[in-house]
Design a binder for this molecule. Structure first.
Ligand code: CIR
Length: 260
């Protein structure tokens, strides 16, 4: 039996645009280097493809500096897709840009109407439920609307909280298998993963938490050896991808694809 939370046949990505240097960031630690980001993005796409999945690469969108972070525009589930309402005003237009690619793959496409907001980075789909973290980008009204939408497909949605100062819920966690979560200690301490098996990122390696399980691989940002060793010790096949440029814009492995 397939597990739709970790087994995927397709993913949608978008190439980074030259305007990426104007991407949103919580703290300015320097502009990302476009050429390095293109190389990293290429390695990311190649790794997804190596699993046998079909990977769509959408063209760069200069009008939207953050549009490489496609995850925030939609929630993809086996029953259909839901177009999000990003809480960052500069990113709102990315949703309409993504919709045709979603319609190519899904017969059933819903769209959040508002007034609330949800960004895909705040959504973690496990084999039991959908966790949505309220954050600076995802508000209570958005969570309530999304709960109704996924409820019609039989999902239980649980509202949780993204730690203060952390961009998205999945900045601090990722799903390793249907019931196993990689989390920072600070997020796990909130108690939101009770009942799950939780592996912690090593102290000082919190940025490793934004990883993804995609078929046989766990794609992890490079440079977090202790956490990589923990995952390998638990039998996961880890692929490390350089993430130095996306990290300057608070992005990691999950943001770069929509997986289904
Ligand atoms: C932003 O602030 O919206 C982008 N610079 C980063 C988005 C990262 N997305 C994600 O983690 N899902």
């Amino acid at each position: 039996m397939t597990d739709p939370t970790i087994e995927f046949t397709r993913a949608i990505t978008r190439r980074p645009s030259a305007s990426i240097t104007s991407g949103l960031r919580a703290m300015d630690i320097g502009a990302p280097d476009l050429e390095q980001m293109q190389r990293d993005h290429g390695a990311y796409v190649a790794t997804l493809r190596e699993t046998g999945a079909k990977i769509v690469e959408l063209p760069a969108l200069d009008a939207y500096p953050d549009s490489v972070f496609v995850e925030d525009t939609a929630l993809c589930l086996p029953q259909g897709a839901i177009m999000m309402r990003p809480g960052a005003a500069s990113r709102a237009g990315e949703v309409a840009e993504m919709r045709p690619a979603i319609e190519d793959h899904f017969d059933n496409v819903l769209e959040m109407q508002g007034p609330g907001f949800v960004e895909g980075g705040d959504i973690l789909v496990t084999s039991q439920e959908i966790l949505v973290g309220r954050s600076e980008r995802t508000d209570a009204q958005g969570v309530a609307e999304l709960k109704d939408l996924v409820g019609t497909w039989g999902y239980t949605l649980r509202e949780v909280h993204t730690p203060k100062g952390v961009l998205h819920f999945k900045t601090d966690c990722s799903l390793l298998d249907g019931n196993t979560i990689l989390s920072t200690q600070r997020l796990d301490a909130s108690g939101c993963f009770e009942g799950y098996r939780v592996l912690h990122t090593a102290l000082g390696e919190e940025a490793a938490a934004n990883s993804i399980r995609f078929n046989q691989f766990v794609l992890m940002p490079a440079g977090f050896p202790k956490t990589a060793a923990t995952l390998r010790g638990h039998g996961f096949e880890v692929r490390e991808i350089n993430n130095s440029e996306c990290a300057k814009l608070d992005g990691g492995m999950s943001c770069l694809s929509l997986r289904f």
